[in-house]
Design a binder for this molecule. Sequence first.
Ligand SMILES: C[S@@+](CC[C@H](N)C(=O)[O-])C[C@H]1O[C@@H](n2cnc3c(N)ncnc32)[C@H](O)[C@@H]1O
Length: 262
Amino acid sequence: MTDIREAAEAAAEILLNGGYVERWVEGAIFPCEMAFFIAVCSLAGVDRVIESGRQDGYSTEILGDWASQNGRQIASVDLEHDAARAAACRQRLAHLPIQLVKGSAYEEFGRLARDGVGRRLALITDGPKGWPAISMMAAATDDRVQVVALHNLNPGTGGRELFERLGGQQSFHEAALKDPGPRWRELKAREIAFAGDTAARSLETSSLGVLRLDDTNRSLLRNAWRSEFGLHQPVMVRALWQLGAYAAATKLYGLSYRLLRR
Ligand SMILES: C[S@@+](CC[C@H](N)C(=O)[O-])C[C@H]1O[C@@H](n2cnc3c(N)ncnc32)[C@H](O)[C@@H]1O
């Protein structure tokens, strides 16, 4: 696979074949957004995805489906605060080879990113959101991390600006796929037909930023130091993880919010 158009065609095929468009639920990442993430991961040769925020398992099932076709690995973290919902989600995903983790991503992302599994990693977060999610993924970024993705990067937000500065406009699928192939166009048409009238978010402007990393932007992300991070600067979070103080990382995010509202 050589370019994003071709990779997007293969990814769209997975979503169309799996009937995922008609199973989309409000709150979940849109089908085209997930297809774009899979396409970028395929191009980048990713062999392990670490996800935070699975809720009912919509995005996780798509990742597991993609991974099971070629031996890639998926780990997925969620707080699982609603026990009944979590149990239903686990049942939905039981047929797929996914490592399901219950806990706070502020510590579990550290454990998973540091456990040595996988040679080329992708990180995707859809809870927590915003700057805490960005600092968490920046802290988890080492030389193996090839792709970083975050949901709900709406136009006008600082997080979206950061993704566009580090990865260009093509961090979002509308800009990356200016002349998409037939399978992508079919996926987009079905997405609009299914969710166009009801979805709370715009189907025209995607909000899943997918950042492909190279040596330059990986270093900028990893070493980012911003006022928006408050106390949870990536270097601080990483230092706690390196010390094995995983639970303290969650406390750092909580303290930052209480003291600085960040
Ligand atoms: C919008 S839902 C995820 C939807 C899912 N990605 C999909 O597309 O189907 C957000 C999820 O993030 C989880 N979450 C929020 N903060 C978290 C944290 N700090 N650690 C782990 N999970 C978290 C919530 O429990 C919730 O299930």
